[in-house]
Design a protein around this ligand. Structure first.
Ligand code: IPE
Ligand code: IPE
Ligand code: MG
Length: 246
């Protein structure tokens, strides 16, 4: 089983490795258009997308990025045709089965964002297995957003806060953050969206308040290590002011 080795010699020249984001979130979009362009089924497009996932995560691990969030399925994606939903669920289960060992061997911790209960039982099992197998790993954390919606995340946080009986005067940003799916995970510094659309599509909407965005027309199945290098290079050159004077 190959390890995710570290060879950064090719990028050290262009990147300031001290300015690597702590948390990168990716909206994996464009599988369907990739399938159409390559005259294959949408299922094949999603399969190609899952291969991109491995290459891209590997590159981010090489950069020592500590938190990686991958948007795989939104709360709105359930509205897609039944056969596409079913094939994506099946593919995701197989993908975890085939790659969990590799992820574990690389000291990666798997975390899930969103609702587990709407997923097919066998996929829920696989996700739970990934979380429990990797829970003591100390390397990067990968958050898999599967049946995740930012608005729903906020609704669920409000419900938890009410259930905890927290008083109005004690409600602040920290309390809200701590009740979101991303409690204990720092906000994303960089959000990457391949596929040409320039929108967030209900991903980490609270957490993205001061994220930098990187958009590219490259479709997700064609997204690769080089594209990560480009996104990080652009991030390197961003001036994050957080509302302060320049
Ligand atoms: C992203 O690719 C994968 C999921 C949302 C599951 P799409 O399936 O949205 O691909 P396009 O946007 O139709 O090309
Ligand atoms: C965003 O892609 C969701 C995921 C990549 C999981 P969509 O294809 O669902 O987004 P829209 O519909 O173009 O906004
Ligand atoms: Mg899409």
């Amino acid at each position: 089983m190959p390890m995710l080795a570290s060879d950064m010699s090719s990028v050290e020249a262009i990147l300031d490795l001290n300015k690597i984001p702590n948390h990168v979130a990716i909206i994996m979009d464009g599988n369907g258009r990739w399938a159409k362009a390559n005259r294959v089924s949408r299922k094949k497009g999603h399969e190609a997308g899952s291969q991109a996932f491995l290459e891209v995560v590997k590159r981010m691990i090489e950069y020592n990025i500590k938190f990686i969030s991958m948007f795989a399925w939104s709360t709105e994606n359930w509205g897609r045709p039944k056969n596409e939903v079913a094939s994506l669920m099946e593919l995701s289960k197989e993908f975890i089965s085939n790659n969990l060992e590799l992820i574990h061997e690389n000291n990666i911790k798997v975390n899930h964002l969103g609702n587990l209960h709407n997923l097919p039982a066998d996929l829920q099992e696989k996700i739970n297995e990934s979380i429990s197998l990797t829970k003591n790993n100390t390397g990067a954390t990968i958050n898999i957003a599967f049946d995740y919606g930012g608005k729903q995340d906020i609704v669920s946080a409000v419900k938890k806060i009410i259930a905890e009986g927290i008083l109005e005067e004690n409600i602040n940003e920290e309390v809200i953050s701590n009740n979101l799916a991303t409690a204990n995970i720092p906000d994303p510094d960089l959000i990457i969206r391949p596929g040409g659309e320039k929108r967030i599509s209900n991903f980490l909407i609270w957490q993205a308040a001061y994220a930098e965005y990187y958009f590219t027309n490259t479709l997700w199945p064609d997204f690769n290590a080089k594209e990560i290098d480009r996104a990080l290079e652009e991030f390197n050159n961003r001036d994050r002011r957080f509302g302060l004077t320049s």
